[in-house]
Design a protein around this ligand. Sequence first.
Ligand code: DON
Length: 607
Amino acid sequence: MRTRKRVYPRFDFPAAWRSAGMRIVATVCLLSCLTAARVSGRDESSVVRADGGMVVSASQHASQAGCDVLRDGGNAVDAAVAVALALAVTWPEAGNLGGGGFMLIRPPDGRQPMCVDYRETAPAAATPDMYAPDESTLTHRAVGVPGTVRGLALAHARYGRLPWKRLVQPAEDLARQGFPVDRHLAESINGVLRRSAELAKTKRGAGQESRPEPPLPDRDRFAELRRVFAPADGQRWLAGQRLVQPELAETLRRLAAGGPDAFYGGLTAQLIEDEMRRGGGLITRADLADYEARLRNPIRGSYRDCEILGPPPPSSGGIALVQTLNILETFKLRSEARYSTRNLHLIAETLRRVFRDRALHLGDPDFVEIPSHLTEKEYARQLAETIRVDQATPSLDLAEEFHIADESSQTTHFSVIDGDGLAVANTYTLEASWGSRIVVTGAGFVLNNEMGDFNWVPATTDRAGRIGTPPNVIAPRKRMLSSMTPTIVTREGRVLLITGSPGGRTIISTVLQMVLNVVEFQMDLPTAVAAPRQHHGWFPDRFDLEQSQDPRYGDASLRLRELGHQIRSVGSQGSAHSIWVDPDGGDYLGVADHRLGGAAVGIARRK
Ligand code: DON
């Protein structure tokens, strides 16, 4: 069932607008093949060079699982499926079966690139005004119909080479036999258990006194999370201790044997429906049976001599990235240093304009018509003309009263390439870190809280509240707008860069800067990944600067304040696990972003 399509007119700029113008941690990296070589650099252990295939993800176990698939004759899509399933076991705060995402695939042989859209959907019983303005997103009602399993199965059916079972096997083994948690995972589990226990101490949850009574007290909503992820000694997880997930192993066993229908039907679907009934959620077996992943054409753009491929709506990422690059291309950024006042200012001014268009125009393309001018060079030139180089434009001058709430940064991106050059960029998420924190009782996996990515309160858009613009208002079976931006950059028909990041709306800014760092500023990949990042999301009207020891960056915040920017210093932005392909010789360089940990694993070409 679809709602009627709406066409949004091209926006006329108001006159006011026209006139206004690490934390550093070492990443442990293991090589699956002896001939793949570590490369020296700032963070030696996270950088791997190899010529036969490369996987870079948030988890060493998952990257290894992907490389094992490549070594067994699988292609990059096979490997990506295995990595995604393994991450659901080894990085459960974001890797998932119960969430959704986007997989961008670029074949090397002239076949069209494709994006698998496996974004979650609103359940059939969802309504535009189903949420109270300040309702918690940590409830069963905040869960969207999961898309990950259908999406991975679709990618495999269309592009894969190895049997499905072979791709599920590593995840099942990791869940059943367990694996040693690393420091990042230990901290993550300790954190979510602590936060959930704190909520459980109050009847309604801390800070939620004015919110509607949830159908289950928090202590019951999160009881399964606490049971499944409880540390053996009942105290704290420490790096090196083993996490075993027997219920998840059984879910994966059924998935291996029965394919995606054994997730969207059968016992797993029943367990999801039971969980929803218990907690007052909306998802039914019918919602699960109806869920479809989609193959969509990627957004294509260009920057200098490179082609940019990004995900189409319902992700805003591809359009926003291309629009941003189009605007910045009109300025000669490289005539100044990467962190010059002017360049940072131009990035902020560009992002605030692009995020404004995102809020006004973007949503699920099956429900709203997306204007085509957003990615056109001419439109970018018009926007560029509204930017003053000597003065920041207050975001309020660009629109009426709007406010965009903060977002967390737990999603996960991985990059894969095989020996034939088939490239995969995959970003998927549970939305918040650990999603809704609701674990399906008896099935062992976490459910998303992706409904929070819809505009919760239609027509209510204010500085103190949230966005209520029509394109992203809830409707049954609609996909909520995303910022996930798995991206592939090519030059002269060959892959140059595979990248992406977590970080909510900051994803777009992070990916933008990965492309600029490599293409415009010609940084090598380790430098490009390590470089401090910035973000402006239109609202809040604030330019976030990632902290950095880089002396060239040093007084950037002072200089930018003089131009009228409101500056916030942030500890860390995103985690761009990326692959660069050496144009001379075609070697792959994999770099795991040190910000959240992770691992690049490469294999050597068969002789
Ligand atoms: O789809 C989106 O844009 C968000 N749900 C992604 C959430 C996210 O990245 C949170 N933290 N990284």
